[in-house]
Write a protein that binds this ligand. Structure first.
Ligand SMILES: *Cc1c(COP(=O)(O)O)cnc(C)c1O
Ligand SMILES: [Zn+2]
Length: 417
């Protein structure tokens, strides 16, 4: 029965959950398994949402905006929650940016406002709570940076040990500093992210640690709250399109799962077009979407300035393609230059500081509008996944790019002269 988590809600509603294989639906009891023992498929939590059908979104509004408002959709015990008050991030209306891009309405969901500066905190609060539930005393992950920064902070909060493997020389400075600062043991591994992940999975298989990469089925459960929160903030008015940067594709898959669950409980009756953006130098899913495939070929040498999406073999790639096809969305690749332009636009037109991977969502939207794939009449939400301070080197290099200052600044300077 240890596999069944129950959450008690204010209204006395309980949710039950099981872990199943996404491919063959086999139920998996061993909490240390990170893949299906029959077919090696990804594991997923399935929730019995029957009791939630009696509820309305407004029933949840008694607790503050944030991950733990949505306990009926979370497969862990809220009483054991290890929380840094994650979520509850701003949804900015961006009229100036919308008009620059030529789209009817654009909002930016600013995940850089999370406790460690990225959306990873949403999944991590649930993942670490699960680690506590099963009595793990050591957690670990492989990471392009933000997962390790987040895991290190939550492990500190929970009082458990933390090991992170980072691909050598390919992690933005702010993220590396965070992981060390919060007290994780940080080991750099030769090779790229995919190599680091293989190594840490071997350690988890030997039960040396509880693995908290996004193959862990509990992390996407927390990440679902990104979508739940957007719906709350929009008062359940469905946007036409949601645009996300895609690395391992955990986030876009979690958003899709949240949409399916909202549909199941009857809180929504349509879905936005889920749109995934990859960097040109790291775009296995875009290639396969173009070919109309449901599977993809990994890219051996991913390269992009957007380190958080420098992923050649996306763990949840097949789920992401499913999310895109079944919502009528699309996948698009953008160059590093387009990413950096979008990062600068967000900063200078809206005062929103994001790391390069996050700017990929806006760069992708811009390209889709220019190509006529996205309609100028749409209402769009772009997810900006992480904070600009994560990658100070890129920020500094942006500062030397030509900047046409606003006319009033030029006028003042002229007056002083
Ligand atoms: C992890 C991360 C991504 C990619 O998310 P996936 O779930 O791996 O697709 C994008 N941006 C930032 C800032 C991230 O930390
Ligand atoms: Zn299976």
């Amino acid at each position: 029965m240890d596999n069944i988590a129950r959450g008690r809600l204010s209204g006395g509603v309980r949710v039950e959950s099981r872990v199943r294989c996404w491919e063959c639906h086999r139920e998996v009891e061993d909490p240390y398994l990170d893949a299906c023992p029959s077919c090696d498929g990804l594991l997923e939590v399935s929730l019995d949402l029957e009791p939630v059908k009696e509820m309305a979104p407004s029933d949840l509004r008694t607790s503050p905006l944030g991950v733990w408002r949505y306990t009926p959709f979370l497969p862990v015990r809220p009483s054991m929650a290890v929380s840094l008050q994650e979520g509850g991030t701003p949804l900015y209306g961006c009229a100036p940016l919308a008009s620059d891009l030529g789209v009817k309405a654009l909002s930016v969901k600013y995940e850089g406002a999370n406790p460690t500066g990225s959306f990873k905190d949403r999944g991590m609060t649930v993942g670490i709570t699960r680690a506590k539930e099963i009595g793990a005393d050591m957690v670990g992950c492989a990471s392009t940076g933000n997962t390790s920064a987040s895991l290190a902070a939550y492990a500190a909060k929970a009082g458990i040990g933390c090991l992170v493997l980072l691909p050598e020389g390919k992690v933005a400075l702010g993220k590396l500093a965070q992981a060390i600062f919060y007290g994780a043991k940080v080991v750099s591994v030769e090779g790229n992210f995919d190599d680091a992940l293989r190594t840490i999975r071997e350690m988890a298989a030997q039960r040396l640690l509880y693995l908290l990469n996004s193959i862990n089925p509990f992390r996407p459960e927390g990440q679902k709250t990104l979508l739940l929160e957007i719906m709350d903030q929009l008062d359940y008015r469905m946007p036409d399109r949601i645009v996300l940067p895609v690395g391992n594709a955990g986030n876009i898959s979690a958003v899709h799962k949240a949409l399916k669950e909202l549909e199941e409980v009857g809180w929504i009756d349509s879905m936005p077009m889920l749109t995934g953006v990859q960097a040109s130098g790291s775009r296995p899913l875009v290639e396969s979407f173009r070919a109309g495939r449901r599977d993809f070929d990994p890219e051996p040498g991913p390269e992009t300035v957007a380190t958080a999406i420098r992923i050649g073999n996306p763990v949840s790639g097949r789920k992401a393609l499913d999310a895109i096809y079944s919502t009528g969305g699309t996948a698009v690749a953008v160059s590093d230059e387009e990413i950096l332009d979008a990062q600068l636009m967000l900063g200078r037109r809206e005062g929103i500081g994001v790391e390069p991977a996050s700017a990929a969502s806006v760069a992708g939207l811009r390209r889709l509008l220019d190509e006529g794939v996205a309609d100028r009449d749409e209402e769009v939400v772009c997810i900006c996944t992480g904070n600009a301070l994560k990658d100070p080197d890129t920020m500094m290099s942006q500062c030397v790019r030509p900047y046409s200052s606003r006319p009033e600044v030029a006028a003042v300077l002229e007056a002083i002269r």
